[in-house]
Write a protein that binds this ligand. Structure first.
Ligand SMILES: C[S@@+](CC[C@H](N)C(=O)[O-])C[C@H]1O[C@@H](n2cnc3c(N)ncnc32)[C@H](O)[C@@H]1O
Length: 330
Protein backbone atom coordinates (compact mmCIF):
# COMPACT_ATOMS: atom_id res chain seq x y z
CA UNK A 1 0.00 0.00 0.00
CA UNK A 2 1.32 3.48 -0.84
CA UNK A 3 0.24 6.48 1.17
CA UNK A 4 1.39 9.98 0.32
CA UNK A 5 1.41 11.92 3.56
CA UNK A 6 2.39 15.44 2.57
CA UNK A 7 4.55 17.57 0.34
CA UNK A 8 7.65 18.96 2.02
CA UNK A 9 10.72 21.10 1.37
CA UNK A 10 14.04 21.24 3.20
CA UNK A 11 12.72 23.44 6.00
CA UNK A 12 9.72 21.27 6.64
CA UNK A 13 11.98 18.19 6.66
CA UNK A 14 14.23 19.83 9.27
CA UNK A 15 11.26 20.89 11.37
CA UNK A 16 9.97 17.31 11.35
CA UNK A 17 13.43 16.13 12.35
CA UNK A 18 13.66 18.50 15.32
CA UNK A 19 10.19 17.46 16.34
CA UNK A 20 11.27 13.81 16.14
CA UNK A 21 14.45 14.25 18.17
CA UNK A 22 13.01 16.54 20.79
CA UNK A 23 9.75 14.64 21.22
CA UNK A 24 9.00 12.89 24.43
CA UNK A 25 9.57 9.40 23.11
CA UNK A 26 12.15 7.17 24.72
CA UNK A 27 15.60 7.36 23.26
CA UNK A 28 15.51 3.62 22.62
CA UNK A 29 12.49 4.17 20.36
CA UNK A 30 14.31 6.57 18.06
CA UNK A 31 14.89 4.38 15.04
CA UNK A 32 18.13 4.71 13.20
CA UNK A 33 21.25 2.68 12.60
CA UNK A 34 24.59 4.29 12.01
CA UNK A 35 28.24 3.48 11.46
CA UNK A 36 29.05 4.90 14.90
CA UNK A 37 27.21 1.93 16.41
CA UNK A 38 29.70 -0.58 14.95
CA UNK A 39 32.90 -1.66 16.69
CA UNK A 40 34.97 -1.61 13.51
CA UNK A 41 34.15 2.00 12.81
CA UNK A 42 34.70 3.05 16.44
CA UNK A 43 38.10 1.32 16.49
CA UNK A 44 39.17 2.84 13.18
CA UNK A 45 38.32 6.39 14.26
CA UNK A 46 39.88 5.81 17.69
CA UNK A 47 43.20 4.73 16.14
CA UNK A 48 43.22 7.87 14.09
CA UNK A 49 42.38 10.10 17.10
CA UNK A 50 45.01 8.42 19.27
CA UNK A 51 47.64 9.01 16.62
CA UNK A 52 46.56 12.65 16.29
CA UNK A 53 46.76 13.25 20.07
CA UNK A 54 50.18 11.56 20.28
CA UNK A 55 51.52 13.76 17.50
CA UNK A 56 49.75 17.10 17.83
CA UNK A 57 48.78 17.26 21.49
CA UNK A 58 51.85 15.72 23.13
CA UNK A 59 52.29 18.45 25.69
CA UNK A 60 48.70 19.07 26.70
CA UNK A 61 47.72 17.70 30.08
CA UNK A 62 44.02 17.52 29.26
CA UNK A 63 42.40 16.74 25.92
CA UNK A 64 38.74 17.61 25.31
CA UNK A 65 36.84 15.56 22.78
CA UNK A 66 33.42 16.96 21.89
CA UNK A 67 30.94 14.73 20.06
CA UNK A 68 28.07 16.62 18.46
CA UNK A 69 24.73 14.91 17.89
CA UNK A 70 26.09 11.87 19.73
CA UNK A 71 22.72 10.36 20.67
CA UNK A 72 24.33 8.02 23.22
CA UNK A 73 27.64 6.86 24.69
CA UNK A 74 28.11 3.85 22.36
CA UNK A 75 30.61 5.61 20.09
CA UNK A 76 32.56 6.95 23.08
CA UNK A 77 32.61 3.46 24.61
CA UNK A 78 34.21 2.01 21.46
CA UNK A 79 36.76 4.81 21.29
CA UNK A 80 37.61 4.31 24.97
CA UNK A 81 38.04 0.53 24.47
CA UNK A 82 40.51 1.14 21.64
CA UNK A 83 42.40 3.81 23.61
CA UNK A 84 42.65 1.37 26.50
CA UNK A 85 44.17 -1.30 24.22
CA UNK A 86 46.60 1.16 22.65
CA UNK A 87 47.58 2.42 26.12
CA UNK A 88 48.30 -1.18 27.18
CA UNK A 89 50.45 -1.76 24.09
CA UNK A 90 52.39 1.45 24.59
CA UNK A 91 52.49 1.39 28.37
CA UNK A 92 50.81 4.81 28.36
CA UNK A 93 47.80 6.47 29.92
CA UNK A 94 46.55 8.71 27.18
CA UNK A 95 42.94 7.84 28.01
CA UNK A 96 43.42 9.35 31.48
CA UNK A 97 44.05 12.77 29.90
CA UNK A 98 40.76 12.83 27.98
CA UNK A 99 37.56 14.60 28.97
CA UNK A 100 34.75 13.54 26.66
CA UNK A 101 31.78 15.83 26.04
CA UNK A 102 28.52 14.60 24.63
CA UNK A 103 26.08 17.05 23.02
CA UNK A 104 22.65 16.32 21.62
CA UNK A 105 19.45 18.26 21.00
CA UNK A 106 17.43 15.37 22.42
CA UNK A 107 16.88 15.64 26.17
CA UNK A 108 15.66 12.03 26.31
CA UNK A 109 18.79 10.74 24.57
CA UNK A 110 21.05 12.64 26.95
CA UNK A 111 19.14 11.37 29.99
CA UNK A 112 19.56 7.77 28.85
CA UNK A 113 23.22 8.35 27.92
CA UNK A 114 23.91 9.73 31.42
CA UNK A 115 22.24 6.75 33.05
CA UNK A 116 24.27 4.33 30.94
CA UNK A 117 27.44 6.20 31.85
CA UNK A 118 26.67 6.30 35.56
CA UNK A 119 26.05 2.57 35.72
CA UNK A 120 29.43 1.69 34.15
CA UNK A 121 31.67 4.75 34.21
CA UNK A 122 34.86 2.63 34.12
CA UNK A 123 34.08 1.86 30.46
CA UNK A 124 34.24 5.53 29.49
CA UNK A 125 36.42 8.61 29.65
CA UNK A 126 35.48 11.22 32.25
CA UNK A 127 32.32 12.46 30.53
CA UNK A 128 30.11 15.56 30.58
CA UNK A 129 26.68 15.82 29.03
CA UNK A 130 24.91 18.75 27.35
CA UNK A 131 21.46 19.23 25.81
CA UNK A 132 22.24 21.72 23.07
CA UNK A 133 21.12 22.73 19.60
CA UNK A 134 24.43 22.91 17.75
CA UNK A 135 23.13 25.54 15.32
CA UNK A 136 21.34 27.86 17.70
CA UNK A 137 23.32 27.52 20.93
CA UNK A 138 26.95 28.05 21.82
CA UNK A 139 29.00 24.85 22.10
CA UNK A 140 31.01 24.01 25.22
CA UNK A 141 34.34 25.90 24.80
CA UNK A 142 38.03 24.94 24.33
CA UNK A 143 37.87 21.62 22.54
CA UNK A 144 40.82 19.81 21.01
CA UNK A 145 38.74 17.49 18.85
CA UNK A 146 35.19 17.86 17.55
CA UNK A 147 33.46 14.82 16.05
CA UNK A 148 30.26 14.66 14.05
CA UNK A 149 28.98 11.25 13.06
CA UNK A 150 25.93 11.44 10.81
CA UNK A 151 24.80 14.75 12.25
CA UNK A 152 25.04 16.92 9.14
CA UNK A 153 22.54 14.80 7.24
CA UNK A 154 19.91 15.74 9.83
CA UNK A 155 20.22 19.49 9.31
CA UNK A 156 18.11 21.60 6.93
CA UNK A 157 18.93 20.69 3.36
CA UNK A 158 17.45 22.15 0.22
CA UNK A 159 17.71 20.15 -2.99
CA UNK A 160 18.75 22.47 -5.82
CA UNK A 161 17.97 21.31 -9.36
CA UNK A 162 18.86 22.69 -12.78
CA UNK A 163 15.63 22.11 -14.65
CA UNK A 164 15.39 21.09 -18.31
CA UNK A 165 14.97 24.78 -19.29
CA UNK A 166 18.23 25.65 -17.53
CA UNK A 167 16.87 27.42 -14.43
CA UNK A 168 17.89 26.64 -10.87
CA UNK A 169 14.94 25.65 -8.68
CA UNK A 170 14.35 23.95 -5.37
CA UNK A 171 12.84 20.46 -5.48
CA UNK A 172 9.92 19.62 -3.20
CA UNK A 173 9.12 16.11 -2.04
CA UNK A 174 6.28 13.86 -1.07
CA UNK A 175 6.57 11.90 2.09
CA UNK A 176 5.59 8.42 1.06
CA UNK A 177 4.99 5.29 3.03
CA UNK A 178 5.88 2.11 1.19
CA UNK A 179 5.35 -1.02 3.25
CA UNK A 180 6.26 0.13 6.73
CA UNK A 181 9.09 2.42 5.61
CA UNK A 182 8.97 6.08 4.75
CA UNK A 183 10.62 7.59 1.68
CA UNK A 184 11.03 10.92 -0.02
CA UNK A 185 10.07 11.19 -3.65
CA UNK A 186 10.41 14.31 -5.69
CA UNK A 187 7.21 16.01 -6.71
CA UNK A 188 7.74 19.40 -8.32
CA UNK A 189 9.81 22.53 -7.85
CA UNK A 190 9.60 25.91 -6.19
CA UNK A 191 11.45 29.22 -6.49
CA UNK A 192 14.72 29.28 -4.53
CA UNK A 193 14.66 31.61 -1.57
CA UNK A 194 17.12 32.27 1.24
CA UNK A 195 20.36 31.28 -0.52
CA UNK A 196 22.92 34.09 -0.92
CA UNK A 197 23.67 34.83 -4.60
CA UNK A 198 27.37 33.90 -4.33
CA UNK A 199 26.51 30.52 -2.78
CA UNK A 200 23.93 29.85 -5.47
CA UNK A 201 26.42 30.68 -8.22
CA UNK A 202 28.95 28.30 -6.68
CA UNK A 203 26.63 25.37 -6.16
CA UNK A 204 24.89 25.83 -9.52
CA UNK A 205 28.16 26.03 -11.44
CA UNK A 206 28.65 22.35 -12.16
CA UNK A 207 24.98 21.39 -12.45
CA UNK A 208 23.83 20.15 -15.85
CA UNK A 209 20.18 20.04 -16.87
CA UNK A 210 18.19 17.59 -14.77
CA UNK A 211 20.94 17.39 -12.15
CA UNK A 212 20.61 18.18 -8.47
CA UNK A 213 22.75 18.87 -5.43
CA UNK A 214 21.97 19.51 -1.76
CA UNK A 215 22.64 22.75 0.08
CA UNK A 216 22.38 23.47 3.78
CA UNK A 217 22.38 27.05 5.05
CA UNK A 218 23.20 25.60 8.49
CA UNK A 219 26.69 24.33 7.61
CA UNK A 220 28.23 27.80 7.80
CA UNK A 221 26.74 28.81 11.20
CA UNK A 222 27.70 25.38 12.51
CA UNK A 223 31.33 25.93 11.50
CA UNK A 224 31.22 29.45 13.02
CA UNK A 225 30.25 27.78 16.27
CA UNK A 226 32.87 25.04 15.88
CA UNK A 227 35.67 27.46 14.97
CA UNK A 228 34.91 29.60 18.05
CA UNK A 229 35.10 26.59 20.33
CA UNK A 230 38.01 24.63 18.91
CA UNK A 231 41.56 25.27 20.09
CA UNK A 232 44.45 26.15 17.81
CA UNK A 233 45.58 22.99 15.99
CA UNK A 234 42.26 21.44 16.97
CA UNK A 235 40.87 18.65 14.84
CA UNK A 236 37.42 18.44 13.35
CA UNK A 237 36.24 15.05 12.15
CA UNK A 238 33.14 14.68 9.99
CA UNK A 239 31.51 11.49 8.87
CA UNK A 240 28.39 11.36 6.76
CA UNK A 241 26.55 10.33 3.64
CA UNK A 242 27.48 12.54 0.74
CA UNK A 243 26.47 13.46 -2.76
CA UNK A 244 29.37 12.20 -4.81
CA UNK A 245 28.62 14.50 -7.71
CA UNK A 246 25.57 16.19 -9.15
CA UNK A 247 22.97 13.44 -9.44
CA UNK A 248 19.79 13.12 -11.41
CA UNK A 249 17.19 15.02 -9.40
CA UNK A 250 15.16 11.94 -8.59
CA UNK A 251 18.36 10.08 -7.66
CA UNK A 252 18.53 12.07 -4.43
CA UNK A 253 15.72 10.12 -2.89
CA UNK A 254 16.79 8.86 0.52
CA UNK A 255 15.19 6.49 2.98
CA UNK A 256 14.62 7.71 6.47
CA UNK A 257 12.99 6.93 9.78
CA UNK A 258 10.67 4.17 10.76
CA UNK A 259 6.99 4.86 10.93
CA UNK A 260 3.93 2.70 10.85
CA UNK A 261 2.22 3.60 7.62
CA UNK A 262 -1.26 4.43 8.61
CA UNK A 263 -3.11 7.47 7.31
CA UNK A 264 -4.62 8.09 10.72
CA UNK A 265 -1.26 8.15 12.41
CA UNK A 266 0.03 11.71 13.00
CA UNK A 267 3.49 12.10 11.54
CA UNK A 268 4.79 14.72 13.99
CA UNK A 269 7.57 13.36 16.14
CA UNK A 270 7.53 10.02 14.36
CA UNK A 271 9.87 10.44 11.46
CA UNK A 272 13.53 11.22 10.98
CA UNK A 273 14.63 12.59 7.63
CA UNK A 274 18.20 12.38 6.40
CA UNK A 275 19.71 14.09 3.39
CA UNK A 276 22.80 13.46 1.36
CA UNK A 277 25.38 16.03 2.38
CA UNK A 278 27.15 18.23 -0.16
CA UNK A 279 30.73 17.62 0.98
CA UNK A 280 32.00 20.21 -1.48
CA UNK A 281 30.15 22.78 0.62
CA UNK A 282 31.47 21.27 3.87
CA UNK A 283 35.03 21.55 2.56
CA UNK A 284 34.32 25.12 1.41
CA UNK A 285 32.97 26.07 4.87
CA UNK A 286 35.97 24.44 6.57
CA UNK A 287 38.42 26.32 4.38
CA UNK A 288 36.56 29.61 4.96
CA UNK A 289 37.00 29.01 8.69
CA UNK A 290 40.74 28.42 8.45
CA UNK A 291 40.84 24.64 8.51
CA UNK A 292 43.60 22.92 6.68
CA UNK A 293 42.21 19.88 5.02
CA UNK A 294 44.36 16.89 5.70
CA UNK A 295 42.28 13.90 4.75
CA UNK A 296 39.20 12.87 2.82
CA UNK A 297 38.63 9.16 2.35
CA UNK A 298 35.67 6.80 2.07
CA UNK A 299 34.75 5.26 5.41
CA UNK A 300 34.75 1.72 4.22
CA UNK A 301 38.32 2.04 2.97
CA UNK A 302 39.16 3.67 6.27
CA UNK A 303 37.75 0.72 8.13
CA UNK A 304 39.41 -1.77 5.82
CA UNK A 305 42.78 -0.28 6.54
CA UNK A 306 42.57 -1.23 10.19
CA UNK A 307 43.25 -4.63 11.70
CA UNK A 308 39.62 -5.08 12.56
CA UNK A 309 38.23 -5.05 9.04
CA UNK A 310 34.52 -4.72 9.27
CA UNK A 311 31.96 -4.04 6.63
CA UNK A 312 28.50 -3.49 8.07
CA UNK A 313 26.82 -3.00 4.75
CA UNK A 314 28.35 -5.01 1.96
CA UNK A 315 25.62 -3.79 -0.38
CA UNK A 316 26.35 -0.09 0.15
CA UNK A 317 28.70 1.39 -2.38
CA UNK A 318 31.94 2.69 -0.91
CA UNK A 319 31.42 6.06 -2.54
CA UNK A 320 28.39 6.80 -0.38
CA UNK A 321 30.43 7.32 2.76
CA UNK A 322 33.11 9.84 3.44
CA UNK A 323 35.29 11.04 6.27
CA UNK A 324 36.85 14.45 6.27
CA UNK A 325 39.29 15.58 8.88
CA UNK A 326 40.80 19.02 9.13
CA UNK A 327 43.12 20.82 11.50
CA UNK A 328 42.41 24.41 12.44
CA UNK A 329 45.51 26.52 11.78
CA UNK A 330 44.32 30.09 12.41
C1 LIG B 1 21.34 10.20 12.81
S1 LIG B 1 21.58 10.57 14.49
C2 LIG B 1 23.32 10.14 14.67
C3 LIG B 1 23.64 9.77 16.09
C4 LIG B 1 25.09 9.36 16.34
N1 LIG B 1 26.02 10.44 16.09
C5 LIG B 1 25.44 8.16 15.49
O1 LIG B 1 26.16 8.34 14.48
O2 LIG B 1 24.98 7.07 15.80
C6 LIG B 1 21.62 12.32 14.53
C7 LIG B 1 21.73 12.87 15.94
O3 LIG B 1 21.88 14.27 15.86
C8 LIG B 1 21.05 14.89 16.83
N2 LIG B 1 20.73 16.22 16.33
C9 LIG B 1 20.00 16.54 15.24
N3 LIG B 1 19.94 17.88 15.07
C10 LIG B 1 20.67 18.42 16.09
C11 LIG B 1 20.99 19.74 16.47
N4 LIG B 1 20.55 20.80 15.77
N5 LIG B 1 21.74 19.93 17.58
C12 LIG B 1 22.21 18.87 18.30
N6 LIG B 1 21.94 17.59 17.98
C13 LIG B 1 21.18 17.36 16.89
C14 LIG B 1 19.86 13.97 16.96
O4 LIG B 1 19.16 14.13 18.18
C15 LIG B 1 20.51 12.60 16.81
O5 LIG B 1 20.93 12.08 18.03
Amino acid sequence: MTTILRQIDGYEAARLNRSYYTSDINSADLHFFTYAMYNGYQAAVAKYLYHYIENFKKNEKQISILELGAHGVYFEEGVYREFWMLDMLKNANLRGRVEYRIVDISQKSIELAEKTYESASQRYFVTKFFVNDVIQEELPPNNDIIIMNELLDDLTHKVIVRTENGELQEAVFDLECIGNKTWLSQNGFKRIEGIPEKDLLRIGEGLGKGEAITYSAEINPLFDNIARNLKQNGLVFVHDYFVKSASRANGLKRPYGSITCDKKEPIEGKVQITSDVNFGEVVYAMEEHGFELIMAIPTEDFIYNTQQAYRPNAEGSTSRYLNIAGIKRT
